[in-house]
Design a protein around this ligand. Sequence first.
Ligand SMILES: [Fe+2]
Ligand SMILES: [Fe+2]
Length: 320
Amino acid sequence: MPEMSREKVAAVEGSALGQIHDIDIDDVLDYVHKDLKRLPGYIELYQRYLRQRWDVYEIDFAQDARDWTDRMTQDEREAFTAISSGFHHGERQVEVELPVFMLGGSEESRIYMSSQIEDEARHTVFFDRFYREVVGLPGDSVQDVLDASFQHVSETFVGPFGLLAYQADELRADPEDLAARVRYGTTYFLWIEGVLALSVMKITLSYCRNAGLLPGYYTGFTATCRDEARHVQFGMRFLREAVQEDPRLLREIHETLRTILVINGATSRRLALEALGWTQDEVRRLMIRQLTMKLVDVGIDLPPDVQQMISNIEPELAGG
Ligand SMILES: [Fe+2]
Ligand SMILES: [Fe+2]
């Protein structure tokens, strides 16, 4: 990947919410990977969070609501809700599953993790507002709106998030168990955030940008993607340090990836991506690229059987 120019890095890093609309999602995705070889420390990521956090109540969804009813087709609306419902529920789930991960690890990693929990809670509010104000789902409480969008959630959500719920339970028994932390981290930071979430971001945000639609969603979700850059960088640093501390933990990463990829292959329903301008093959390539780029950058090697499984990835979209 060519180096990002200094101007682009400064634009992604320093933009306030009001300027984020001018940023291209590809630049934010490059930004996720820009630091992976060096990997910033936990306190540096926490400082970045303090500068980059945004106010989710500043987003204006008025134009989005008009675009939704007047300018989008039924197929586009359905594809969009099918993809974003996995995010709506994913954000809420990671917000409640992260505290158990925060309990283990160094003081620095706990301080950083408090910021990620706040990010995920804010992302939950972002989707709550989007579903209420744009999609028009009913409900008095956050849970009501989640319940109303659940019918759109596809089975591709249930697989990885079910696995994560299981791994969070396992961690609850002993939050300092490093092998359990690595399994949880592989599912959450590497797969859900690093592959699924970034792929959804690329697909929905390029659709909005190319069609000139949903400016509130574009702003908030691009800011969310910038938050994900910190989450993924934290996660990759955590996995790399764990393997450096105990090289046998590499086996935990491989085993977890095998489980994830077997679940991925069991998909029976295809996502309707075409309405948003994507083919199944393009999404497969996007996911493979998101996964392999991260592993290569942090120096995590894969055995041939896992590589083979990766080349057969089925398009799957959710996030957190
Ligand atoms: Fe995240
Ligand atoms: Fe999130």
